[in-house]
Write a protein that binds this ligand. Structure first.
Ligand SMILES: *Cc1c(COP(=O)(O)O)cnc(C)c1O
Length: 399
């Protein structure tokens, strides 16, 4: 690592969180963990291994590409692609034992045969209005068609909740009611697939009656609440932490400005620290002049525009923040033993081990600068901050 900006991925926290969920689940309900979008930014393989170590039964991804990358890395667990199955991906999915989502009329399968059989889950649109069968006749027609084929295994049927985290449960309740109706219609013809599932993290945390035969958790597997004020009944540990080191400090006088567009003007003698992290790393530009970070462990405002590769902090009131001081962008507060000098003194091969052991010893239980706080300043949700963490940021895995 040469730049000094890196993420700690606490894989042990993911495993811990999965174990908490296992205890919460309705008896018999399975646990699928969403590792799409590079495992919500944590690294798909890291997330998959950590989730399986905690007892996850299956993994969820957005595309067959994501599934095949995990298969190639040796992950043999059941995998469901949330995106639709179509003539362009069905054969490859069957060949690699990846389950796909059937969202509409399957008669394009006429003339195709799958060996080994194609595994599918039927998607029912109960109110998200995104994907899936929107009425019982189309759902039943598809189920009958698939039942008449010998080369398609209908493993599951599912829906997705649009408002599982909303204080008012009316929308989710209505979706669950429609899902029950769809299951009843399938059942009446002896076509109910073995695994019905509906709940994301919020639905799982909220109501055991929504667990059905399996739940699909994403954000809270990574230790975050589904939304900022959501009551979470189990202990969760956030897994992703973003750090850097100050590369430069300069005093400016009142009237001088900071950054592109000169959007910050000093009103007092101001000490400005430069940090090598920017929007190309996944630190949103909307945080310009809004967010805080911790410099040498203390609150520092982001001043001026966030650049592609750098940002500036006001460290006027933090005299101990100097070149080489640690900066916490989000997550557990960086250990004060972390100075750039101490890091660069490690031989390159030893840096990772040094960061891992000092993080474990000094940061694992330190105060938290939450991703939700940044997300609110950036007018988005924690999910987007997590999965925006760029490929160029080295990830140091704990666990
Ligand atoms: C991403 C995803 C989930 C997980 O949602 P969280 O809110 O992160 O728990 C569940 N189901 C589907 C279909 C998804 O796409």
């Amino acid at each position: 690592m040469y730049r000094g900006t890196f993420a700690i991925v606490d894989a042990e926290a993911i495993t811990f969180n999965i174990r908490q969920f296992k205890r919460l689940l309705r008896p018999g309900a399975r646990l699928l963990v969403a590792v799409k979008a590079n495992g919500y930014g944590h690294g798909a393989l890291t997330a998959a291994r950590a989730a399986l170590a905690g007892g996850a039964d299956a993994l969820g991804v957005a595309s067959l590409e994501e599934a095949l990358a995990l298969r190639e890395a040796g992950i043999k667990a059941p995998m469901l692609v949330f995106g639709p199955v179509h003539p362009g991906n069905a054969q490859a999915a069957a060949a690699h034992g990846v389950s796909m989502t059937l969202t509409d009329d399957p008669r394009w399968m006429d003339g195709l045969t799958f060996d080994p059989p194609l595994r599918v889950h039927l998607k029912v649109d109960t109110g998200m209005t995104r994907l899936g069968f929107a009425d019982a006749p189309s759902l039943l027609a598809a189920a009958r068609y698939l039942a008449a084929r010998g080369d398609v295994r209908v493993e599951g049927v599912f829906t997705h909740l649009a408002c599982a985290d909303a204080p008012n449960p009316a929308h989710a309740d209505a979706q669950i009611r429609r899902f029950h109706e769809a299951l009843g219609a399938l059942q009446a013809e002896g076509l109910r697939p073995p695994v019905a599932h509906a709940a994301n993290s919020a639905g799982t945390l909220r109501n055991p009656a929504w667990h059905f035969d399996m739940v699909r958790i994403g954000i809270s597997a990574y230790g975050l609440p589904p939304s900022p004020d959501f009551p979470v009944p189990i202990p969760l540990r956030p897994a992703l932490h973003l750090y850097s080191f100050i590369t430069r400090v300069r005093w400016i006088t009142p009237g001088e400005t900071v950054g592109y567009g000169a959007t910050f003007t000093a009103t007092r003698p101001t000490r400005v620290a430069t940090v090598p992290v920017g929007y190309a790393d996944g630190y949103p530009r909307l945080l310009s002049n809004r967010a805080r970070a911790w410099a040498a462990g203390k609150d520092a405002r982001v001043i001026g525009r966030v650049c592609m590769d750098q940002l500036m902090l006001d460290v006027t009131d933090i005299p101990e923040a100097t070149v080489g001081s640690p900066v916490t962008l989000y997550g557990r507060r960086a250990p004060l033993s972390w100075t750039a000098r101490a890091l660069w003194q490690q031989p390159p091969a030893g840096q990772e081990g040094w960061l891992q052991s000092s993080w474990r010893a000094e940061a694992a239980d330190a105060p938290l600068l939450s991703v939700d706080e940044l997300a609110q300043h950036a007018e988005t949700i924690s999910y987007e901050i997590l999965c925006a963490l760029a490929a160029r940021v080295p990830r140091i895995v704990i666990g």
